[in-house]
Write a protein that binds this ligand. Structure first.
Ligand code: R5P
Length: 321
């Protein structure tokens, strides 16, 4: 059993709010770091809080992994070299899980490579709803203790409280595990669609031959909104079939390119996401669940004071419309 040490929480730029909430929840010090670029583009990272003899938790969501991976490695190394007992990563969104096999000859299997690299950088990791499709658990690719918290029950509770007569719709087979869990949590019926992806932003969604009554409000559920094309095409098909304007509920708001306009153009009534990636559509707070998953030795001694499930955020800001 690892004895409990004093803990420093260090939030990467863009993660300040989540970092602050994590530090307050576990009674840890909110550490300070600097990250800037030299004129030639190299990163200069500086840890301004003394990590000696302390647990260090880095809060860094991974939705721009190529831009920040080296800086993350530099910060973790600096913490360890300066005497940190252990360095953990709280990554509300974990990148590089979708390329989990060699689809075409010569493809790099980035889920494996990224996991191997990250496993050398930090000692443990906590994340929310990793995109495990063909992989069954993070342990298949990560060599460090890696825990994942489940946001679907909170999305289901949000749907139950906010949508009249919901019909949960999974737009493709990869969304099924989230759609099924949200339907169960919301006590709502489930409809699964199928999808063919021809390119990064070129998808075609198909409805099944038999559809439920049009009195339902369709709620499109997915773990990720990236280009928004999957949700947008599904929304168009549902509207063409006579359903009212769908709601879209997703865990990770990647919103690549013009995803917001795509969703609005497709007639989606409202988009709701969790705060694993900061975005105006965030309505579900995953911090309590992430905090509850932090290994016990990495938290300061004393009561954690954290709730165990993601919860609706007090103020929902905006939507994709
Ligand atoms: C399947 O292709 C994945 O689950 C996608 O990440 C998801 O469907 C969303 O992708 P996009 O928003 O780019 O259509």
């Amino acid at each position: 059993m690892i004895p409990a040490h004093d803990t420093v929480v260090c939030a990467f730029p863009g993660n300040e709010r989540v970092g602050f909430d994590v530090a307050m929840s576990i009674g840890a010090e909110l550490g300070l770091m600097e990250w800037r670029h030299f004129p030639d583009g190299e990163s200069h990272v500086r840890l301004l809080t003394d990590p000696r003899g302390r647990e260090v938790i880095i809060v860094a969501t991974q939705h721009r992994p190529d831009e920040q991976f080296l800086a993350l490695a530099f910060l973790a190394d600096a913490a360890r070299e300066l005497g940190a007992v252990r360095v953990g990563l709280l990554a509300p969104y974990l990148a590089y899980l979708r390329q989990d096999r060699r689809f075409r000859r010569g493809d790099a299997v980035s889920s494996r490579s990224f996991a191997r690299l990250l496993s050398r950088v930090v000692d443990w990791m906590v994340t929310a709803d990793p995109h495990l499709h063909r992989l069954t658990s993070l342990a298949e690719v990560y060599d460090i203790p890696a825990r994942a918290v489940d946001v679907a029950p909170a999305l289901g509770a949000w749907v139950q409280a906010n949508v009249e007569a919901p019909l949960i719709v999974g737009p493709d087979s990869e969304s099924e595990r989230w759609a099924r869990a949200v339907a169960a949590a919301a006590g709502a019926p489930l409809l699964m669609l199928s999808k063919v992806r021809r390119g990064d932003a070129d998808v075609q969604v198909r409805l099944p031959a038999t559809l439920p009554g049009r009195s339902h409000t369709p709620v499109l559920v997915d773990d990720i909104i990236s280009t928004g094309r999957t949700a947008a095409d599904a929304a168009r098909r549902l509207r063409d079939a006579g359903f009212r304007a769908p709601v879209c509920a997703a865990v990770h708001a990647l919103f690549a390119g013009n995803a917001e306009e795509e969703l609005a153009r497709a007639g989606i009534a409202r988009v709701v996401t969790s705060n694993t990636i900061r975005h105006p559509t965030n309505a579900i707070d995953v911090v309590p669940a992430l905090v509850a998953a932090i290994p016990h030795g990495a938290r300061p001694p004393g009561p954690a004071g954290a709730r165990r499930t993601p919860r609706e955020m007090p103020h929902t800001e905006g939507s994709a419309r």
